[in-house]
Design a protein around this ligand. Structure first.
Ligand code: SF4
Length: 1022
């Protein structure tokens, strides 16, 4: 087939799926013109990066650099036209970047005289509102609409918010005009107006023999109009299109771009490219199965059949894998990448991991792969700087300094537990103890309050805590810089350079090994932060520092193209699917394809959906906007784009949790038509030195292994422990037993003495008895991750039930009360919100049934606080807490009801020995509710999410301590007045011993710190 782009004589639409050689033909055609010294063709590319890559390829193919190929983006073309045809004394407008434009809109909205409806008052100052207004302004210009058109469309449909946006648009354009700046949409609009001027069009047309447009389907209506005006019928236009992977509809890409081409150029010839040379047949078939669910582009049937019936070539396979959790997912991913590199010799730079959601999916994935020793490359602007671990404490320090240098407890703890602070949880607790010891009045004050006061300089720091004093002084110096109106970079530099952290990172970076990759990554992120601080336009002093901290946190800093171009192809690329357009790799992993994430059908404008704005023959109008079906189709195209990037092997992954519907593979996985493999176990990987050391250590300490094997493992460890690199650094320091965790005896077996009574809540007793490690990490070290949806839901159901029980909420108002809080629960997907809502309604309904039919004699109260002193083993213990519900029987005895919101209920037997409600009973008997009574009538566990068959929640009763003072014949238990005293004594013994050992069991399933638990995995921490 001859190259349809080489010497076009009229309009041509080239339809070709990914890998069919559209770009190669374009490069050859333009290079041929250069070689033959013919009049040049104008090539329009989608992005600056794509234009630059195309230019390089054309120059290489032409073999000469004397004639530069005319390759540019539509915006660059417009800028050239506007600059070239401006009045001689006009310097031409400055161009606002998208974030700069948004910033300007926010400023203007603050004092906007536009007639905004009253209901928008609260939204006017918000960033989200400014974003939506910006999108509407861009859309209006894409459709060639003026402010009056927009106002008219709003007024005609009775939507006065839209009418106000029209008024605001006029004001916005006036201000920008006065300032001599324009935005991208306005730039295209002005270029189109320019082409209408006499002589301009002819001058431009005379320069080009043809116009070649890459990615025609991603152009918006204004850009399509510009190309049409530019070419007319005089210059042949060749449009390269792959409508099934057109993904920028949300930016205004024309939904029927191929049909529009045929409409605008009725004489167009449609050419299809039928063979995808570099895409394996298996991958082509899988993508075709997905594409069949998309609407057909409006071209003739034959052309469509040829376009969709593309054939593949080359070797490669498609695999779909699911995993039970994120940790297993990351481990398998790392193992697959490493195996491909070592076993199949795929260069790191020829592999990519693509995800849907950059901000939420990339940072954890990058960290997990770096931790697994995989070299990864992430363009600087893909991961928000604020998500970088190394950047967070600097930003936080900046924020604190900007606010006067007085951190709260949470801020102080986060600062001190970071690389900047240099403390770990145990060290910080020790600081807390010393601060308490230095000030008797601080005996009951939590550590976080004490360290916050110390950092703020309002509490004396003990002499032993030099590091804490140094951080305090550093924060004070940074605060003083802010007070002296210094700019953010000066304050950041003070914070960064004033600790040993930079030196530690530098040493790690040059040492090599796994820590080196992490250190390099952290240093890169910090450098990027300094670059941004240096180039940001904000003022100095407090306003500038606060602005910069807030803007980085909200990712409002302009995208950093330098960080993008710094990606050097030496590691596995991690990027969003949107960024993958136009790129290919031998191995592509499309990762984390979860329902709720992909498709992402959240609407991007809740007040003003720009897609509602249209322009028909009758004029501008407000329509219904994109339907969910449209959104799913766009997401499907994006998925197809991601899958079609593989030139060899394609792996598509998702997490499929065993419980909790949050983790559900996307519907797109099934559409590939490839049977998924569910991988549960950890991959057997010995591909890194660190893993080898861990395996050798495990074997050397394995009692079940033969003595010879253990000895051999120990001998190899000894060799590794002595090995050093060229600079004398230990290659495998973790092979040295001196560094092994848990091998040494504790430095002290005497736990710090606890003075005064031990204070315990019933849930703490239960937690200490269930698993001391989990208790320590979650309660004392505060290492619990943020609350999961499940926990938040439990609290919501609890709160509503409590208000209903107290009479504060009438049964008929329960649904409204749930409505009021529901929108603020961060559900990952709309369907999950709906299904959980149904469950919450059912739980509250069960509660109301139970409350109405329950034979309680007298309700003493709900959420009743108590404090009771008991003595166990001669030790004073203070029991504190609050009971969900306290009832009094006719004989005066008190009964506690504890509501549970878990989905699985215990057995009756287990409920009878539950320490938590046992402790409530003990609190009653010890006078915790003295005013109500001091005799316990037993306790109940009521499971609101578990139905008993009659519309009631399941209830499990625990006998009173009088009925059943002991549960076993265990002499230890019998030595105490009741079984509950025994349990409290056991809990106190754990605290007094200061040993918080892991105790594995069924409870591990929902343990928030299980990922690091040695008892669960038997792992050795290397
Ligand atoms: S996983 Fe199990 S044993 Fe480990 S800390 Fe959690 S509850 Fe304890």
């Amino acid at each position: 087939m001859s190259n349809p782009m080489a010497q076009p004589t009229g309009p041509v639409l080239v339809l070709g799926a990914a890998g069919t050689g559209k770009t190669t033909l374009l490069v050859e055609a333009v290079a041929g013109r250069i070689r033959a010294a013919e009049r040049p063709a104008l090539v329009l590319a989608l992005t600056r990066q794509a234009a630059s890559e195309l230019r390089d390829r054309i120059v290489r193919a032409a073999g000469r650099t004397t004639l530069a190929p005319q390759v540019m983006t539509v915006h660059a073309l417009c800028l050239t036209l506007v600059a070239r045809f401006a009045a001689p004394d006009d310097a031409g407008p400055g161009l606002l970047t998208a974030p700069e434009q948004e910033f300007r809109i926010r400023e203007l909205l603050r004092g906007s005289p536009a007639p905004w409806p009253g209901e928008l008052d609260a939204a006017l100052g918000t960033r989200a509102f400014a974003q939506q207004v910006r999108a509407v302004l861009a859309r209006a210009r894409q459709l060639g609409l003026d402010p009056e058109d927009l106002s008219g469309a709003g007024a005609a449909s009775g939507e006065f918010g839209w009418a106000a946006v029209g008024a605001f648009m006029g004001e916005y354009l006036d201000v920008l005009d006065a300032e001599g700046v324009i935005d991208y949409a306005e730039l295209v609009h002005r270029a189109r107006l320019l082409l209408e001027q006499e002589g301009v069009l002819e001058a431009v047309r005379a320069e080009y023999a043809a116009v070649l447009v890459d990615d025609w389907c991603e152009l918006d209506a204004a850009q399509i109009g510009l190309v049409r005006a530019l070419a007319g019928d005089a210059v042949p236009v060749v449009a390269l299109a792959d409508p099934d992977t057109a993904i920028y509809r949300f930016r205004g890409a024309h939904p029927r771009a191929t049909a529009e081409f045929v409409r605008l150029f009725p004489a167009a010839r449609v050419v299809t490219l039928p063979h995808a040379h570099r895409r394996p047949p298996a991958q082509v078939a899988a993508c075709a199965a997905v594409a069949r669910r998309l609407g057909a582009p409006a071209v003739e049937r034959e052309a469509l059949a040829a376009y969709r019936g593309v054939t593949g070539g080359g070797a490669g396979r498609v695999e779909v894998m699911t995993f039970p959790d994120e940790a297993t997912h990351a481990r398998h991913l790392a193992a697959e990448l490493r195996a491909a590199h070592l076993d199949d010799q795929v260069p790191w730079g020829d592999m990519a991991v693509l995800v849907r959601a950059g901000r939420t999916q990339l940072p954890p994935l990058a960290r997990a792969l770096i931790d697994a020793g995989i070299p990864v490359e992430v363009a600087g602007d893909e991961i928000g700087l604020a998500s970088e671990l190394a950047v967070r404490p600097l930003l936080l320090g900046l924020e604190v300094a900007g606010a006067g240098g007085l951190p709260d407890g949470d801020q102080a703890t986060r600062l001190l537990l970071s690389g900047w602070g240099g403390y770990d949880a145990v060290g910080l607790r020790a600081v807390g103890r010393r601060l308490r010891a230095a000030d008797p009045a601080a005996a009951g004050t939590p550590t976080e309050t004490l360290v916050a006061e110390a950092l703020a300089g309002v509490r004396a720091v003990p002499e032993a805590d030099e590091e804490l004093a140094a951080r305090r002084d550093l924060l004070a110096r940074a605060t003083a810089l802010v007070a002296r109106e210094q700019r953010p970079e000066a304050v950041l530099w003070e914070l960064w350079s004033g600790t040993g952290w930079p030196e530690r990172l530098r040493a790690d970076a040059v040492r090599g090994g796994d820590a080196s990759a992490r250190a390099h990554h952290d240093l890169d992120a910090v450098c990027a932060l300094f670059d941004l601080a240096r180039t940001s336009q904000g003022p100095g002093g407090r306003p500038g520092v606060s602005w910069f901290a807030a803007e980085v946190a909200q990712q409002q800093i302009p995208a950093d193209s330098q960080r993008e171009s710094a990606v050097g192809g030496r590691g596995v690329r991690l990027l969003t699917a949107h960024r993958a357009k136009g790129r290919h790799w031998s191995l592509v992993v499309v990762a984390g394809v979860q329902e709720g994430i992909w498709p992402d059908v959240r609407r991007r404008g809740s007040v003003f959906d720009p897609q509602r704005l249209g322009a028909s023959a009758a004029g501008p109008e407000l329509a219904l906007g994109l339907t969910t079906r449209d959104l799913v189709a766009t997401e499907r195209r994006l998925f197809l784009l991601a899958c079609s990037r593989a030139e060899g092997r394609l792996i598509v992954t998702a997490v499929e949790g065993t419980e909790g519907e949050e983790d559900r593979p996307s519907r797109f996985l099934a559409e590939l038509g490839v049977a998924p493999r569910h991988l549960v176990s950890t991959p057997p990987a010995l591909h890194t030195l660190r893993q080898l050391v861990a395996e050798l250590r495990r074997t050397a300490q394995d009692d079940a292994a033969s003595p010879a094997l253990r000895e051999a493992a120990a001998a190899r460890l000894a060799v590794l422990a002595d090995a050093t690199d060229d600079e004398g650094f230990a290659l495998a320091p973790d092979a040295d037993p001196a560094r092994w965790w848990g091998v040494h005896e504790p430095t002290s077996t005497v736990a710090p003495a606890r003075e005064g009574p031990i204070r315990l809540s019933p849930s703490q007793v239960e937690s200490l008895l269930t698993c001391p490690r989990k208790y320590f990490l979650s309660r004392e070290a505060r290492a619990e991750p943020p609350r999961e949806i499940r926990t938040i839901l439990g609290s919501v159901i609890h709160a509503v039930a409590e208000r209903a029980a107290s009479g504060e909420l009438a049964p008929d108002d329960v649904a409204a009360a749930l409505d009021a809080v529901w929108a603020s629960i961060p559900f990952p997907a709309a369907w999950l919100s709906a299904s959980e809502r149904a469950e919450a309604d059912a739980a509250v309904r069960r509660f109301l049934n139970w409350q109405a039919g329950h034979d309680h004699a007298d309700l003493v109260g709900v959420e009743v606080p108590f404090s009771a002193d008991v003595t166990v083993n001669g030790r004073p213990v203070q029991l504190v807490g609050a009971v969900d519900r306290l009832e009094r029987r006719s004989d005066g005895a008190l009964k506690v009801v504890d509501f549970k919101t878990g989905r699985s209920a215990p057995t009756q037997k287990a409920a009878e020995v539950t320490p938590q409600i046992g402790v409530y009973q003990l609190a009653i008997e010890a006078g915790g509710f003295r005013d109500a009574g001091t005799t316990s009538a037993g306790a109940s566990l009521v499971y609101l999410r578990v139905e008993d068959g009659e519309g009631w929640p399941k209830e499990f009763r625990q006998p009173s301590l009088t009925e059943k003072p002991h549960l076993t014949d265990d002499p230890e238990e019998l030595a105490h007045p009741t079984w509950v005293h025994h349990q409290v004594a056991r809990a106190c013994a754990v605290l007094e011993a200061g040993r918080f050992d892991a105790q594995a069991g069924e409870h591990c399933t929902y343990c928030p710190v299980r990922s690091s638990c040695p008892a669960r995995s038997g792992q050795v921490i290397a």
